[in-house]
Design a protein around this ligand. Structure first.
Ligand code: PEP
Length: 237
């Protein structure tokens, strides 16, 4: 059973998130699609959504605290107000644009792990690393596991090469197959691929060995496209 996840990033309002999730939930219910589906809305749009059991709402980020003085951040008091127990950690935009280092990421990981959250943990190399070769790429990825307990039962991994995120250019089938095989050999956790997944390529990507699902940004923000990708994901089972 494949997994499909949508990262809204800094897109959608409270109003449009609500109609997206309501529409998606009705669709999943009426079509009997039973894949694991995750939606990560912006923090301002979090709410207590009444969803089917296979649709989970998660946070794109959370600080390693219950509450306190961390201006601009949210902690578990704010997250759990809505019954949310799913978090995205290590996304490349947080690593490379917001400047989160591995030490901070590991602190977050361990905090949310101790609370039993489902964690989608992202890894992936920038273009210059990819261009230096497979050994360097794998070395870079392994370092992104520093301080991360890979035996954690509620862990899902997402391989997202930085150069493929939001660029419209997905990694090639061969690249995905190679990296996923290497990661899976070391870590037996569900492994998603992310990086310009869209209607035109999702089926092909889901059929690659060791790809357990997809994490989608840009192409998931339109409800009709996302529903179509849920259908395709369901048909791969
Ligand atoms: C992402 O944000 O995790 C992502 C993969 O984005 P996009 O699909 O836009 O490349």
């Amino acid at each position: 059973m494949k997994i499909i996840a949508s990262n809204f990033k800094t897109n959608h309002t409270r109003k449009t998130t609500n109609s997206f999730i309501t529409n998606l939930n009705d669709f999943l219910q009426s079509t009997n699609i039973n894949n694991e589906v995750y939606i990560f809305p912006p923090a301002t749009a979090l709410d207590s959504f009444d969803t089917v059991s296979n649709l989970s709402i998660g946070v794109q980020n959370g600080y390693f605290t219950k509450n306190g003085s961390f201006t601009g951040e949210i902690g578990t008091d704010q997250i759990e107000e809505f019954g949310i127990k799913t978090i995205l950690i290590g996304h490349s935009e947080r690593r490379h644009i917001l400047g989160e280092d591995q030490k901070t990421i590991a602190l977050k990981y361990n905090y949310y792990k101790a609370l039993g959250y489902k964690i989608i943990y992202c890894i992936g190399e920038p273009l210059e690393v990819k261009q230096s070769g497979l050994t360097e790429t794998l070395g870079y990825i392994w370092e992104q596991f520093d301080g991360i307990d890979l035996n954690y039962e509620n862990l899902i991994l997402a391989y997202e090469p930085v150069w493929a995120i939001g660029t419209g250019i997905s990694a090639t089938i061969e690249d995905i197959a190679t990296i996923h095989k290497k990661i899976k050999k070391k870590i037996s956790k569900p492994l998603l691929y992310g990086g310009s997944v869209k209607l035109a390529n999702i089926q092909e990507i889901l059929n690659i060995p060791n790809v357990d699902g997809t994490l989608i940004g840009t192409a998931s923000w339109q409800i009709d496209d996302f529903k179509e990708m849920c259908k395709i994901t369901n048909n791969i089972n």
